[in-house]
Design a protein around this ligand. Structure first.
Ligand SMILES: Nc1ncnc2c1ncn2[C@@H]1O[C@H](COP(=O)(O)OP(=O)(O)OP(=O)(O)O)[C@@H](O)[C@H]1O
Ligand SMILES: [Mg+2]
Length: 256
């Protein structure tokens, strides 16, 4: 089993879209996938489901009560499961950091389910608090989406610093598999304006930029509104092909 977190402190760079589409694309390739919505905004959950009723077991229940993932997960399709996000997670930093072994709570929770999945995909919030740190602790790789309109090298530096610290705590490397350019509009223009910065960002993270880029396309928002993944909603759309190519490239990089 491999665990991947999609992370960037910058908001709106398509972390959630990438997590959802990556999970769906791996499932389409025949892998068993568990998604964990580790963001209080619960956008990953909303990509697949209507807003859950109050009190529905979620990642909050896992951290709060130690409920097992087997008892929490919701089946989206055969072979594609989800641990729901929860607005209650907004207070996760205050509530859970003070608990003993707080950084290892998620690591403990996935111990019993490693046989059940080929991949765990985590969506993370645009900050480096308790939820991101627990996600990093269990991650074999990080995928970092970047969008041209909200580019920040400072955010990348902070991510690198945090990954190094968590890496020490976890006593393992947590490599960044690559930087994924998302919401891409004008190849030549953006490439010219951003080429140096993106390469610098990749160097800072000891990684490289994926050759595959994800174009800006309205079908992305449409698919999320109707709660379908891109492969179902727009199988022939160029943006779906972008994601498909990205997943192939990612699988090659992580040695599948
Ligand atoms: N390739 C794309 N084309 C068009 N719209 C996109 C694309 N990718 C993402 N979006 C839209 O951009 C918005 C932000 O995307 P998303 O929620 O995935 O970003 P995020 O990084 O998870 O944001 P946050 O930091 O708030 O969690 C969403 O409305 C999403 O539908
Ligand atoms: Mg998000």
């Amino acid at each position: 089993m491999k665990v991947l977190s999609v992370s960037n402190i910058k908001g709106g760079v398509a972390k959630t879209t990438t997590a959802a589409t990556l999970a769906a694309g791996l499932h389409k390739r025949g892998y068993k996938v568990l998604m964990i919505d580790s963001d209080p905004q619960m956008n990953l959950t909303m990509c697949f489901l209507d807003e859950p009723e109050e009190g529905t077991p979620s990642l909050y229940t896992l951290y709060d009560k130690g409920t097992s993932i087997d008892d929490l997960k919701v089946s989206i399709k055969d072979g594609l499961d989800l641990v729901l996000g929860d607005f209650e997670l907004c207070s996760a930093d205050m509530e859970f950091f003070k608990r003993a072994g707080s950084l290892k709570l998620l690591a403990k929770a996935i111990k019993g389910i490693k046989e059940n999945y080929d991949y765990i995909i985590l969506d993370t919030p645009p900050n480096l608090g308790f939820l991101s740190l627990n996600a990093f602790m269990i991650s074999d790789y990080i995928v970092t989406p970047m969008a041209a309109d909200s580019f920040s090298l400072k955010a990348i530096r902070l991510l690198k610093k945090t990954l190094s610290e968590v890496s020490e705590e976890a006593e393992k490397d947590i490599p960044v598999a690559g930087i994924l350019l998302t919401r891409y509009t004008d190849r030549t223009n953006v490439a010219k304006l951003l080429e140096d910065s993106v390469v610098t960002a990749a160097e800072l993270l000891d990684t490289s930029v994926f050759n595959s880029r994800i174009r800006q396309a309205t079908v992305v928002q449409e698919s999320q509104i109707v709660k379908m993944d891109l492969f179902e909603y727009a199988p022939k759309a160029p943006v779906t092909k972008d994601y498909d190519e990205f997943i192939d490239e990612l699988l090659k990089r992580i040695g599948e």
